[in-house]
Design a protein around this ligand. Structure first.
Ligand SMILES: [Zn+2]
Ligand SMILES: [Zn+2]
Length: 338
């Protein structure tokens, strides 16, 4: 098979790799129909996360099952499937509590920018669509594998309720999907913080009612202006930098909630400040598996179209160009076709 390998910051190569095999009876092998580059792939690409030995990349996938291990009965060869970036058995105590991304047998996917992928914990991880979905749905279904599931978790963790006000910090694919989630959960006012025109446009299309272009304390001041001086009911932090977290915490009203889903990089939280803020704080890797059946329905019924976050499509062999386009912010998210 062929797939993307990172060698050093800025150096992504498309290489021939060993074909994936069933290693455990709980594995499945799928042929990817589409895959993509994630904003979080840019951390090692930019040299902000150690790379170590050259290794494959990618954790978002949809595809057709080719082979299953002897213990996998929930999906079968030929079915179109979606799975989370974090695999789960869906039976352990953490899974039963709805936190499949903390499954006691969790393995993170890490080889998905390839034409074939081995999925561990396939029985509990993969969700099959009722029938083969038309190609036009593939990007939307692929988005469920991470960014839409993560945006949903951000809104869920921030306790978005019908009629409430939600602020979304971050205009990447996850933040934009957070706008979709806030809308679906009934937020009346959705304030997207973005300085980029194409992203503002998409945010509005997804349901944002206001755009705030200011950042930092100026951004917080604008949020307060828009919320009777107190801040928002719910804030979705979808970046993971100290600035974004500060902005999110300061944008929540006393008693409001912050859902933080951007993987933190050097984020530190001041306990005393958090204490006096009266804000609720919850985050972590999204329990995508909990949401998948519902989100698959929403995509296939055309109620949500998270596939619109893909604004550049490239053949898989041009994966290096995909990273470059996202790094230079020429693309929100890059779809790769094997
Ligand atoms: Zn991702
Ligand atoms: Zn589990």
């Amino acid at each position: 098979m062929r797939g993307a390998v990172i060698h050093s910051p800025g150096d992504i190569r498309f290489e021939t790799l060993e074909d994936p095999k069933i290693l455990r009876p709980t594995d499945a092998i799928i042929r990817t129909t589409v895959t993509c580059v994630c904003g979080s792939d840019l951390w090692p690409y930019r040299g902000l996360e150690p790379i170590g030995e050259p290794h494959p990349m990618g954790h978002e996938y949809v595809g057709v099952v080719e082979e299953v291990g002897s213990e996998v009965t929930a999906v079968k060869p030929g079915q179109f499937v979606i799975g989370s970036f974090a695999t789960s058995d869906n039976t352990c105590a953490n899974c039963r509590n709805g936190f499949q991304s903390s499954c006691l047998h969790r393995e993170f996917m890490s080889t998905c920018q390839a034409d074939h992928v081995r999925v561990p914990n396939a029985q509990g991880t993969l969700v099959a669509t009722p029938e083969q979905p038309a190609e036009e749905f593939w990007p939307g279904l692929l988005a469920l594998s991470d960014v839409m599931g993560t945006g949903w978790w951000a809104a869920d963790a921030a306790e978005v309720r019908p009629g409430s006000t939600a602020v979304v910090v971050g205009d990447g694919a996850v933040g934009l999907c957070g706008v979709i989630a806030a809308k679906e959960m009934g937020a009346e006012r959705i304030i997207a913080m973005s300085r980029h025109e194409t992203r503002q446009k998409l945010a509005r299309e997804f349901g944002a009612t206001d755009i705030v272009t200011e950042r930092g304390e100026d951004g917080v001041a604008r949020i307060k202006d828009l919320t009777d001086g107190i801040g928002a009911d719910s804030v979705l932090e979808c970046v993971g930098t100290p600035e974004a977290m500060r902005q999110a915490l300061h944008s929540a009203r006393p008693g409001g909630n912050v859902g933080f889903v951007g993987v933190p990089h050097d984020v530190a939280i001041d306990g005393e400040e958090l204490f006096y803020s009266h804000a609720g704080l919850r985050g972590g890797p999204a329990p995508v598996r909990r949401y998948l059946p519902d989100l698959v329905d929403r995509v296939l019924e055309g109620r949500i179209a998270p596939g619109k976050v893909f604004d550049l499509t490239l053949p898989l062999e041009q994966v290096a160009e995909g990273y470059k386009a996202m790094d230079e912010r020429r693309a929100i998210k890059v779809l790769l076709t094997p």
